[in-house]
Design a protein around this ligand. Structure first.
Ligand SMILES: Cc1cc2nc3c(=O)[nH]c(=O)nc-3n(C[C@H](O)[C@H](O)[C@H](O)COP(=O)(O)O)c2cc1C
Length: 205
């Protein structure tokens, strides 16, 4: 989706107990959206079904985050990410998304599923918004999209290297530094995170 979309700067919010749900096929085209999704995004079901999920892409989202999202779920892993989305009329809403692959009985990936909850406001204001602003600035500084995205990716990798954590741990422990494993010695990640890190070519510390 082009960055030349209308945005109003008006933020929309949803309830602490609400979950915004959507499902996609393997190409990221929407196959299901719950009522909470439709209500906050101002779309009817008919308007979203079959559409690419970038329908609600907000121009303030760094490209490198979506690259990591796709790389992770296509590799069969789950990912958590903070995302700003755009409503039909250009308002925006922040979510904390948990995106997972859906599998058939034989284990084959047949689509993807995202559950989104209200993000922690302090983490958003103090960490995610400034981080995404920097990533976006870096991405848009370059002439073409691909070079820009690679530069954003590098910026994120550098941040993770400085912090001494992988993406998953960084996201999971935002605002909770005491939960972060020390990188002075050996860090043992849960097995699925370690596999994901081995497989991911971006955002590695
Ligand atoms: C299950 C699932 C949920 C997604 N949810 C969102 C979302 O809420 N907002 C969004 O902008 N992109 C979402 N995406 C990513 C989009 O498919 C797309 O990569 C992103 O909007 C960037 O689009 P672009 O490459 O056209 O700029 C989701 C992808 C999947 C697989």
């Amino acid at each position: 989706m082009s960055r030349n979309v209308t945005v109003t700067g008006i933020e929309r919010t949803f309830g602490d107990n609400d979950i915004i749900v959507s499902k996609t096929n393997l190409k990221g085209h929407i196959t299901y959206a719950n009522d909470v999704f439709l209500k906050i995004a101002d779309f009817t079901e008919k308007e979203v079904l079959g559409q690419p999920h970038s329908l609600i892409r907000h121009p303030q989202m760094p490209r490198c985050v979506f690259k990591l999202l796709w790389q992770t779920v296509e590799a069969g892993q789950e990912i958590f990410a903070y995302v700003i989305n755009r409503t039909k009329h250009g308002d925006h809403y922040w979510v904390y998304a948990h995106v997972t692959p859906s599998r058939d009985r034989s284990g084959r990936i047949i689509g993807y599923h995202s559950n989104r909850r209200v993000p922690d406001r302090e983490i958003l204001e103090n960490q995610i918004i400034p981080l995404y602003r920097d990533l976006l600035r870096e991405e848009t500084r370059h002439g073409d999209r691909k070079t820009g995205m690679l530069a954003g990716e590098q910026m994120m990798k550098d941040l993770l290297a400085r912090e001494g954590v992988a993406y998953d741990e960084y996201i999971a422990t935002l605002g909770k530094p005491h939960l972060r494993a020390s990188r002075e010695g050996q860090v043992s990640l849960p097995r699925d995170q370690a596999i994901q890190l081995e497989q991911s070519t971006c955002f590695q510390a």
